[in-house]
Ligand binder design. Structure first.
Ligand SMILES: Cc1ncc(COP(=O)(O)O)c(C=O)c1O
Length: 435
């Protein structure tokens, strides 16, 4: 690595990266352009962010207009017209009874914001002993201290172990190769895994538990699809014990599962939904926590001039981000994006499951337009096969992603059959050349 390279990349093997940097300098529609002029078909929609394609003209225009009209306005005790309008639109899309929207700048901030609202809610109702937060193994809720603590990815926690929040526990994850490998969509086995929450209510006493946070479909750890009935069961157990249920929909919201929210697709309404990514199609960083009327109402008490929740970010409700969000939601409606995603889901499922007996493959999982092909680890080199598939595809002109030995897919909501075919052909060739 030369001294010149100041940029320290996130979640990247930096020294290896600078040996052969991969640099994008432009994008349009479904393609990236690299700094050496190659066109890459983006099979990951940015980083789960850009379901409508890159540089969508309507979103670009909205951002350009907004930045020249109101670049920023104070966000505490003052706000801007775009933030108000976007909150209304997000609430209108959300499940019934979820009508309050708190803006953040990322998925990590959305997760931490939701956890703080959960603690504040119980305290406002006179149950301030309810402080325990429950996450799930293999969950990902970003990298801030709250999200990392309720998250269940060992690599993200190991170095920071001493600084993890106290009073956090985890239910077990929902994946079992022996019981559900190669399931198409939701596995039929495993609803009973939700009962692990009952175990924790006994261990800690339910009266001490504030909230459970789960991704409806776990994304980052390799597309772990909830077994049929599992989320319903979690909702029942939370209701029984007065525990708030938070769905982290940073990936699954805004069309990725062929619906505005996974909550709608699965028919389970949580108390809070955390979002980011697809809220602005990735164009400007922004997140939002959608909060039920019940939770919000509990916090709107005390003297009227008092701040109800001591929390917020300088850029909460940023006008340019909010303009990008408004344009994005309008395009989702105009292009009927969620229905289109739903319409190509069967082809996506067909294509990804054509790998069921491919070399090195131990599992194939899919839901909505989220997919994972899990490879067996090479002896002594876990993650190497997955990373090699990523690199070979990148060289061949297709962007996919790997999480260890799981190759992941997140195609655009309006992908064509040809594009899907090209993505999977590329992966097939990469797999065939793997040792
Ligand atoms: C479910 C989930 N929550 C939170 C995050 C963190 O989002 P960000 O990287 O915007 O902080 C992610 C990112 O992928 C995510 O998938």
């Amino acid at each position: 690595m030369s001294k010149d390279q100041a940029y320290w990349l996130p979640f990247t093997a930096n020294r290896a990266f600078w040996q052969a940097p991969r640099v994008i300098k432009a994008a349009r529609g479904h393609y990236y352009t690299t700094d050496d002029g190659r066109q890459l078909l983006d099979g990951f929609s940015g980083l789960w962010t850009s379901g409508l394609g890159h540089c969508h003209p309507k979103i670009v225009a909205a951002v350009q207009e907004q930045v020249a009209t109101l670049d920023y306005s104070m966000g505490f005790q003052v706000t801007n017209d775009k933030a108000i309008a976007l909150a209304d639109e997000v609430a209108a899309m959300a499940p019934a009874g979820m009508n309050r929207v708190f803006f953040t700048n990322s998925g990590s901030e959305s997760a931490d914001t939701a956890l703080k609202i959960a603690l504040a809610y119980h305290r406002a109702r006179g149950e301030s002993q309810r402080t325990r937060l429950i996450g799930r193994e293999r969950g990902y809720h970003g990298v801030n201290f709250g999200g990392m603590s309720v998250g269940g990815i060992p690599g993200n926690r190991k170095v920071f172990s001493a600084a993890l929040l106290p009073g956090v526990d985890h239910i077990r994850h929902t994946h079992s190769l022996s019981d559900m490998a190669f399931s198409r969509g939701q596995p039929g086995w495993g609803a009973h895994l939700a009962d692990d929450l009952e175990r924790l209510t006994l261990l800690h006493d339910a009266s001490n538990i504030a909230a459970l946070i789960v991704e409806p479909v776990a994304g980052s750890t390799g597309i772990l699809v909830p077994p049929i009935g599992y989320l319903q069961r979690l909702r029942e157990i939370c209701d029984k014990h007065g525990i708030l249920l938070i769905f982290d929909e940073v990936i699954t919201a805004f069309g990725r599962v062929g619906a505005p929210f996974a909550a709608e697709r699965f028919g389970v309404v949580p108390d809070m939904i955390t979002t980011a990514k697809g809220l602005t199609n990735g164009v400007i960083p922004m997140g939002a926590v959608i909060v039920s009327d019940k939770v919000h109402a509990a916090l709107m008490q005390g003297p009227g001039q008092m701040i109800e929740l001591f929390h917020g970010y300088t850029y909460s409700g940023h006008p340019v981000a909010a303009a990008a969000g408004l344009a994005t939601l309008a395009v989702y409606r105009e292009e009927d994006s969620f229905a289109r995603a739903r319409a190509i889901e069967p082809l996506f499922e067909e294509l990804i499951h054509s790998f069921d007996s491919a070399p090195h493959v131990v599992d194939v999982r899919n839901f909505g337009l989220m997919g994972g092909i899990e490879l067996s680890a090479r002896d002594g080199a876990p993650g190497a096969r997955g990373f090699e598939v990523f690199l070979k595809c990148f060289e061949a002109g297709v962007v996919v992603r790997n999480s260890g030995d799981i190759v992941q897919f997140s195609p655009f909501l309006d992908s064509t059959p040809d594009e899907l075919g090209r993505i999977f052909d590329c992966v097939r060739q990469a797999l065939a050349s793997l040792a």
